[in-house]
Write a protein that binds this ligand. Sequence first.
Ligand code: SF4
Length: 233
Amino acid sequence: MNPSQRQAFFERLRALNPHPKTELEYSTPFELLVAVILSAQATDKSVNLATRRLFPVACTPQAILDLGVEGLSGYVRSIGLYQGKARNIVATCRILLEQHGGEVPADRPRLEALPGVGRKTANVILNTAFGQPTMAVDTHIFRVANRTGLAPGKTVREVEERLLKRVPTEFLQDAHHWLILHGRYVCKARRPDCAACPVADLCRYRHKTPAPDGGARAQRPARPPRGEPPRRR
Ligand code: SF4
């Protein structure tokens, strides 16, 4: 994709959704941090169901520390890998209180030093809570970046670095939300909805899903193309 195509790509996504937001529910950087830690390998919907019960009871590091791992587990039990996540959140709360005055730090090194916080989580917090133009590459962004030719890469880090270089500056702040939502609802993993895609003419994917009326004929790839998970038999 050349620079003018990349510009058009994001102009169209912006026109459809001028102020994209995370689908995780939160009202403070700390609540966002807890929700993002919980969301690893889980849906935003399942996290929201849990945090709607948790946050009215405990929405500060001290309150969650007081709940303890067992108390917190009672609220997040419906989320995959909840035991490890509960342990990490409680340990994170302790560090926030002991080292950061109970506040979520706004820089990468101190965020990534928190239990349960990797590069992607730090990118989400820096972008969504602190307004920094970071690129949190998840499975959706990885797939969209590779399929479309926007920023192809073999690793998440490679895609992140290419996106940071190639996304026009005016779109950098919101780009990761547009790409996640596009991947979640249109450019889906198993059957992308190419007929309804606003950027189909810019996209380089060779195996587009044909329109229901039999429009463009898509060939089924022999192997999963780059950016898709392996198919289960
Ligand atoms: S045309 Fe299809 S493959 Fe390309 S971005 Fe749109 S939905 Fe995804």
